[in-house]
Ligand binder design. Structure first.
Ligand code: NAP
Length: 439
């Protein structure tokens, strides 16, 4: 019976769901060996370094990943880096198919003056910083200002704003990085703005995330009720037969509930600004103020009114989407791996997840997405190759973190969290993680 070797590059949700889809296709007539390769010593991708620490339920999907990883046809090769330890061609030559599940880790830029000032960060830096991603171990975020501004009306902006706006005691029982917790406990930030360039009807937030906000114990959340009513009218005018799509109706309803929720007079607040397009970040070497252009919506289009306003602030986080890292030997188009329904042209290479479709959808979206691509991949398979695998590419002294080494890291992190009432305390650097992997 045909037995195929598949390499998956990237141990995030889309990589695991691709592996699961292949495992689900095993029959008496068809089988696979799946090698998952990951640059970091730890797997789980965004579930480890993207999902907000105060959303532990979302992280329980890691149990599914571990089940996939413990199947007999699966091997983990973590601490192994594409472009450094092997080339894409090394894999393509040895495996029947290669699946790129490398995500998108570069934050999109606003392209406005002052974006490079100190204390102006992309969510692509801020989020992994508070999630103990080893690449951001030495990053310093100055929280000594009173006001922070988060740009973008999506769930990542919401995560960043919430992390800055809640009382740090609410984050104590989470796995937020120790460095970030220290900074958040000393933080002087009391006012956090979230700014969207279009109206509330165009916001990319999802309603479960909005509905959490009135439940914050130490933070008042402000939404302009009139702005939501105006947005509702515009959305109805734009809709077919005056009926709003379910998710939009639910979002506007959640926003209305926030606007109507009584304010307790907390010192900490989070305020939503819409129709506000960032024009310039000002400051003498460091963020001091951000200038916005005021937009209006007409017939579904954004119009710059020419008017401006500004907010004095000491921290700006830009959460406006992500793009793929450049990958040697792979073409990137519009921030994604160039592909046709997941097929990378003229090769045995495929792509799934954010690398394939861009940064959209929730973690579960990757399951159906990866399953569709794996179906194409399996249909494309010809005679099985017999030539080698990643083990013959790596030097014999390369420290590979396999599934059992990862399990040691995982168990040690969980054990370190127990006395502190936290789900885990993550290793902060590549070296400390490698140390934790040892028997
Ligand atoms: P997103 O949902 O695409 O939101 C990006 C936001 O940035 C949009 O409001 C967009 O506004 C705005 N934007 C883009 N370019 C801009 C510019 N030049 N100036 C000002 N604003 C700009 O992206 P995301 O928040 O990064 O999230 C990525 C995906 O992860 C989403 O599918 C999200 O739902 C998911 N996610 C889910 C959760 C969760 O389930 N709890 C948490 C985090 C992330 P326009 O619409 O006007 O372009």
């Amino acid at each position: 019976m045909p037995h195929y070797k598949i390499a998956i590059v990237g141990a995030g949700p889309s990589g695991y769901f691709a592996a699961q889809a292949l495992q689900n296709m095993v029959t008496d007539e068809l089988s696979f060996s799946i090698d998952m390769i990951e640059r970091l010593p730890t797997p789980w991708g965004l579930v480890r370094s993207g999902v907000a620490p105060d959303h532990p339920k979302i992280k329980t999907v890691a149990k599914v990943f571990e089940k996939i990883a413990n199947e007999s046809n699966f091997r983990l090769f973590a601490n192994v880096e594409l472009g450094k330890d092997f080339s894409i061609q090394d894999l393509a030559n040895r495996y029947d198919a290669v699946v790129m599940a490398t995500g998108s880790s570069i934050g999109k830029k606003l392209g406005i003056p002052g974006e490079e000032l100190a204390n102006s960060f992309s969510a692509a830096e801020f989020v992994p910083w508070y999630n103990t991603h080893p690449d951001f171990e030495s990053m310093t975020v100055d929280l000594s200002c009173d006001t922070a501004v988060v740009i973008g009306a999506g769930n990542v902006a919401m995560d960043c704003a919430r992390m800055l706006a809640v009382d740090p005691s609410e984050l104590d029982p989470t796995d937020t990085s120790e460095i970030a917790m220290k900074a958040l406990h000393a933080s002087k930030i009391r006012k956090v703005y979230i700014a969207g360039r279009r109206g509330p009807e165009n916001a990319a937030f999802t309603s479960p995330e909005l509905r959490e906000l009135p439940k914050l114990e130490h933070t008042d959340v402000y939404f302009d009720a009139q702005m939501i009513e105006d947005a509702h009218l515009r959305a109805v005018a734009q809709s077919e037969f005056g009926e709003l799509e379910k998710h939009l109706a639910s979002n506007l309803e959640a926003m209305r509930a926030i606007a109507e929720h009584p304010h307790a007079g907390h010192e900490r607040s989070m305020e939503f600004k819409f129709l506000s397009a960032p024009k310039e970040i000002k400051g003498n070497g460091k963020v001091e103020e951000i200038v916005f252009g005021i937009n209006k919506m007409e017939d579904g289009k954004v119009i710059d009114t020419g008017q401006t306003f500004s907010i004095k602030c000491g921290l700006v986080i830009t959460a406006i989407g992500y793009e793929c890292d450049p990958i040697s030997g792979i073409s990137i188009e519009k921030g994604k791996i160039a592909n046709n329904d997941g097929r990378v042209m003229n090769s045995n290479i495929y792509t799934v997840g954010w690398a394939k479709r861009g940064p959209s959808g929730v973690i579960g979206t990757n399951k159906s997405d990866a399953a569709e691509v794996m179906k194409l991949l399996v249909n494309d398979l010809g005679p099985a190759k017999s030539s080698g695998d990643i083990t013959e590419i790596l030097p014999s002294d390369h420290l590979v973190i396999d599934q059992s080494a990862w399990q040691r890291i995982n168990e040690r992190e969980i054990a370190a969290g127990e006395p502190l009432g936290k789900p885990r305390v993550k290793g902060t650097s590549i070296n400390s993680l490698l140390e934790m992997s040892k028997i």
